[in-house]
Design a protein around this ligand. Structure first.
Ligand code: COA
Length: 331
């Protein structure tokens, strides 16, 4: 049987920084309020001419280079995004495949908001274990600044842009294999975080839509509570099902939405400070890109070594959630 291994990681962060102080000149807020309530100090914003696919390409190039594979070896590309280059089509995955010069790939986007990278991981694992694909490039890429309402202080302080990518490869060595991936959803909570307009369910006729129609709207307080509950429950289940204690986890990498959410979940799971990976202060919430960007951070700082066990945990609009137990398995 083929197993799926997490072979390499890459990320890209756009140059421009939007600090809390900058935001305080745009809406009625302050550095102090944002820092205390979210732990975020700054976020990066893509240039006008920089698309989600451009960021995805840069992250993917790095992951590919670090995998030691040739472009021709990649047989599938999955892009997790809620801020695609184009509404409906072509998918951002196909745009990225063209920009990378990938031929003979299956390429598609998935929409699972902040859980998108973990959903992509589960898809890559399933395709590889079934023998249908051998090397899958999974990308989380977001230009959330394009769907953020910068007059709404309840949301605009949270989100940033960026991309992360990983290569998932077939292996016959079980020690290298992704141990488990959980994914779940509950559509009853769909209204907590949504872009209410712009689709076929929109209250407006397409011709009448205003430019703000695709902006995100969020019920922050309710989202916060469901996030803590869901993230904690999901981790307890995946650890129990696989007979793994939390102290065996070298790197706990939660979706980077809010420091207070991460702290509450980490405390509930009795994670030590050194186990918990935190990038929310410098990147804010980059949705589907947040987890691979965080993995790349510990990789580039030399903290992530071959064989070390990572626990990923995410939660996002939909609602969706997911977790994954993964040894880092570079060749
Ligand atoms: N600056 C200053 N004040 C603000 C503010 C801002 N940026 N945003 C909201 N406020 C105000 C509110 O208007 C409210 O004022 P009031 O008491 O006079 O009515 C007060 O702060 C408290 O608002 P509330 O929404 O209860 O704050 P909170 O502690 O829940 O923090 C969030 C708001 C958005 C930071 C928090 O709810 C959160 O992070 N939620 C989860 C969001 C998330 O993770 N989403 C993505 C999921 S993947």
């Amino acid at each position: 049987m083929a197993y799926a291994s997490f072979r390499s990681i890459g990320a890209y962060v756009p140059k421009k920084i939007l600090s809390n102080k900058d935001l305080a000149t745009m809406v009625d807020t302050s550095d102090d309020w944002i820092t205390k309530r979210t732990g975020i100090k700054e976020r990066h914003i893509a240039a006008k001419e920089e698309f989600t696919s451009d960021m995805g390409v840069k992250a993917a190039e790095l992951a590919l280079e670090r995998s030691g594979l040739a472009k021709e070896d990649i047989d599938m590309l999955v892009c997790a995004t809620i801020s695609p280059d184009y509404f409906c089509m072509p998918s951002t995955a196909t745009v990225i495949s063209a920009k990378l010069g990938l031929k003979n790939v299956t390429a598609f986007d998935i929409s699972a908001a902040c859980t998108g990278f973990i959903y992509s991981l589960s898809i890559a694992k399933a395709f590889i274990e079934s023998g249908m694909k051998k090397n899958v490039l999974i990308i989380g890429a977001e230009k959330l600044s394009a769907i953020t309402d910068y007059s709404d202080r309840g949301t605009c302080i949270l989100f940033g842009d960026g991309a992360g990518a990983a290569v998932i490869s077939a292996t016959d060595n079980k020690a290298e294999a992704i141990i488990d991936v959980h994914t779940g959803a509950d559509g009853e909570y769909g209204d907590l975080l949504m872009t209410p307009n712009g689709g076929s369910g929109s209250a407006h006729d397409a011709l009448e839509q205003e430019s703000s129609s695709c902006f995100m709207q969020m019920k922050g307080n309710e989202t916060f509570k469901v996030a803590v509950r869901t993230l904690t429950k999901d981790v307890v289940e995946i650890l129990e099902e696989n007979g793994i204690q939390s102290d065996a986890i070298k790197h706990f990498i939660p979706h980077q939405a809010n420091y207070r959410i991460i702290k509450a979940v980490g405390d509930a799971l009795k994670m030590k400070e050194e186990q918990v990976v935190l990038t929310v202060a410098k990147y804010g919430n980059t949705s589907g890109a947040s987890i691979p960007m965080a993995i790349n951070d510990i990789y580039e700082s030399g903290r992530l070594q071959k064989g070390e066990l990572m626990l990923l945990d995410a939660f996002g609009g939909g609602l969706t959630w997911g977790s994954a137990l993964i040894p880092f398995s570079p060749k």
